[in-house]
Design a protein around this ligand. Structure first.
Ligand code: A3P
Length: 299
């Protein structure tokens, strides 16, 4: 893959984010994750990158708190592959719910969590918008030349989309592998206690999703609270008013744009894919999803 430098950690043939934790001690970090002493109160957010992780993390955090107040800790602090010190996690009082998140595949996740059927929240987004969002994310990071991650150059859009989901060396094992593996695990019962929502569903008609999510999490949430959460977690609010949207410099591109909150729309892929790229991608979807029951909203 031309746009992924050699220093990106590779595991089982796939490419992970270039977090210092993974670059410094890949096998140690993965071992710490797999053997995490999970608790039955843990909530694990599982997403392929760029599927709305920050969004669902904020929603869940507000639901667990019972108040529509932004989290004062950024979600990366509880991202398993980026946690520098697992003792911090173990020292969280038993009375507090730990809201964890990861883009890793099922077999790399904490095995106790999976085996014991602790709660998983999964957000899935149509792969065309994921590709566009991922490209922009990598591109913006590559612009921050003072940052040590500056070499993450994704090349041109046409180069990126040519390789996205086609290479053996895919980012986080590739969108198709990630989503179809989770779908299979649900069917076989390997994963039992999982709430899946589509990004597009949450965007179009959030209230029923929020209601069902609160029920899944077992939290008391009045309609008034859910409406407040919905408002505070709208793209407009999160990207400008929320703590992550407002102040965190590590999320700013070189031009001051927020890398995590770009457009927050369904169907932006239409501004990026050429007709030929779209046709090629459609046939990729057809081939890779031929055994899948998943249906997507692309616009
Ligand atoms: P875009 O790049 O298409 O704008 P993640 O958090 O997994 O990295 O996903 C980031 C994507 O989710 C970005 O997509 C971002 O704008 C979008 N997003 C974040 N918060 C959102 C919100 N409140 N509503 C809708 N989309 C949101």
């Amino acid at each position: 893959m031309p746009f992924i430098p050699a220093r990106f950690p590779r595991y089982n043939g796939y490419v992970l984010s270039a977090f210092a934790t993974l670059r410094n001690d890949l096998s140690g970090q993965l071992e710490n994750i797999r053997t995490l002493e999970s608790r039955d109160s843990d909530i694990l957010i599982c997403t392929y990158p760029k599927s709305g992780t920050h969004w669902i993390n904020e929603i869940i955090s507000m639901m667990v708190k019972g108040r529509a107040e932004y989290a004062n800790v950024h979600k990366i602090a509880a991202m398993l592959e980026a946690i520098p010190n697992f003792e911090v996690l173990q020292n969280v009082p038993e009375s507090s719910v730990r809201i964890l998140n990861s883009h890793l595949s099922l077999k790399e996740l904490p095995s106790k969590h999976i085996k014991n059927g602790y709660k998983i929240v999964h957000v899935i987004r149509n792969p065309k918008d994921v590709a566009v969002s991922y490209y922009n994310h990598l591109f913006q990071i590559s612009r921050r030349i003072s940052d040590e991650e500056a070499l993450v150059y994704p090349g041109s859009w046409s180069m990126f989309i040519e390789h996205f989901c086609r290479s053996d060396e895919e980012l986080y094992n590739g969108w198709f592998n990630y989503e179809t593996a989770l779908e299979r695990a649900k069917e076989t019962g390997e994963v039992t206690n999982i709430f899946t929502t589509h990004y597009e569903q949450l965007k179009r008609d959030p209230f029923p999703v929020l209601k069902a999510l609160a029920e899944f999490l077992g939290v008391e949430a009045s309609d008034e609270l859910l409406n407040d959460i919905n408002h505070k977690c709208s793209f407009e609010q999160m990207s400008t008013v929320g703590d992550i949207g407002r102040g965190n410099d590590s999320l700013k591109s070189a031009t001051g744009r927020n890398i995590m909150f770009r457009k927050g729309q369904i169907g932006d892929w239409k501004n990026w894919f050429t007709v030929a790229q779209n046709e090629a991608f459609d046939s990729l979807i057809e081939t890779n999803m031929k055994d899948s029951k998943l249906k997507f909203t692309f616009e």
